[in-house]
Design a protein around this ligand. Structure first.
Ligand code: HEC
Ligand code: HEC
Length: 325
């Protein structure tokens, strides 16, 4: 995918359109100053934030040290929120580092303001005003309501300090230039519509990343008109990939024949793993679908997601989720 971009860029240079490169080089992300909001950190906010951090927006997955020798990659003891260098197998352009979100003074976010955290999460701007690499799903978190993002910050503040010094993110050329347009100021986001399950489900599939992972991509961009039809490929190692399933209500290739109960069972079958630990599996049988996180999702929320998925256009796309095994 990136190869195509590289080739494209090389062509541009060959054609001598240096002006384009010049403009790119000096392009900077759209920035607004961080807000000066002060998150109160009420018990309700912390509880809501904890739920979103673990079970819905799954921040815990990327910003913690995981044990990928076990099904679903549970967080290792003491690894919560400590950050990590994202695995090389993901085929990333450079060294991409999910930051330490704990309240450690030296290596965590203790000194960040609430506004700086919120700007990073929703706008995609780092504390140092840098465009964050969009593996950090700010294109989805942009939709988080003000009260939900504040709740997440309230919970982050409670993460016990864990010292973990990580290298800085280093994004290779030309991707470092190409991502400059990705961050966008989110502005103020009102509370989502909770009056109908379909409406709330639409909010959840955004902020939970379902839409992102279950939509096929071309040049790292979701293909318009193919939303939720699956086929987004994720390398597990050099040999094996997992491919996201078709979640549209297509009868034969999607979720058209599933009952709500079957949908819930897909998730809640892993509750036992959440509570008692998950079994060891070879990497090729493991998955990046965050089952252990979503198994903690409230029933009403999973039902809302299912209700919303029933309303999206059915797309025929037969997916083999674990090809070549
Ligand atoms: C799919 C993986 C992934 C998920 C899920 C994820 N992050 Fe990130 N996050 C990253 C990566 C990678 C970076 C670093 C990007 C960079 O340095 O360019 C990052 C950066 C950040 C930063 C900015 C750090 C800085 O140096 O400026 C914050 C704050 C943050 N994430 C918080 C969160 C929160 C809160 C959530 C959940 C709502 C979350 N992340 C979910 C991967 C993820
Ligand atoms: C990080 C990427 C990622 C995210 C986020 C994600 N999925 Fe998945 N999902 C996958 C992959 C890959 C598979 C196929 C492998 C597997 O089944 O574990 C999958 C499989 C599934 C399946 C199983 C389909 C079947 O036929 O058994 C369901 C249901 C599902 N996802 C629903 C969801 C929902 C709902 C959300 C949001 C709450 C979501 N996914 C978020 C990557 C993701």
């Amino acid at each position: 995918m990136w190869k195509k971009i590289v080739l494209g860029i090389v062509l541009v240079i060959v054609l001598g359109i240096t002006a384009v490169l010049g403009t790119l080089t000096f392009r900077r992300p759209t920035l607004v100053p961080p807000s000066n909001v002060k998150v109160a950190g009420t018990p309700e906010q912390v509880a809501r934030g904890k739920y979103l951090f673990h079970a819905v927006s799954v921040c815990a997955d990327c910003h913690s040290v995981l044990d990928m020798s076990r099904f679903g990659g549970p967080v290792v003891e003491g690894g919560l929120g400590k950050g990590k260098v994202m695995p090389e197998e993901m085929g990333l352009p450079g060294t991409i580092v999910a930051s330490n979100l704990t309240s450690d003074k030296e290596t965590g976010v203790a000194d960040w303001t609430d506004g700086e955290l919120i700007r990073a999460i929703r706008d995609g701007i780092g504390r140092d005003r840098r465009a964050l690499f969009p593996l950090m799903p700010y294109s989805e978190y942009r939709h988080l309501s003000d009260s939900d993002v504040e709740a997440i910050v309230a919970y982050i503040r409670t993460l016990p300090a864990a010292s973990n010094r990580l290298p800085p993110t280093k994004i290779s050329f030309p991707v470092n230039l190409l991502i400059q347009g990705a961050p966008q100021p989110a502005g103020r986001i009102p509370e989502p519509d909770r009056s109908r399950p379909e409406a709330y489900g639409k909010y959840l599939v955004k902020v939970a990343g379902c839409q992102f992972c279950h939509t096929p991509v071309e040049n790292e961009e979701p293909i318009p008109g193919k939303e939720f039809s699956g086929g987004h490929v994720f390398p597990m190692d050099k040999q094996y990939s997992v491919v996201s399933a078709n979640l549209t209500p297509h009868e034969a290739t999607g979720t058209g024949r599933w009952s709500e109960q079957q949908f819930l069972d897909k998730f809640y079958q892993y509750k036992d793993y959440v509570e008692n630990g998950s079994p060891q599996v070879p990497l090729k049988e493991n998955t990046i679908m965050p089952w252990l996180n979503y198994a903690r999702m409230e029933e009403a929320d999973l039902k809302a997601i299912f209700a919303y998925l029933k309303t999206v256009p059915a797309i025929e796309n037969a997916v083999e989720t674990k090809p070549g095994r």
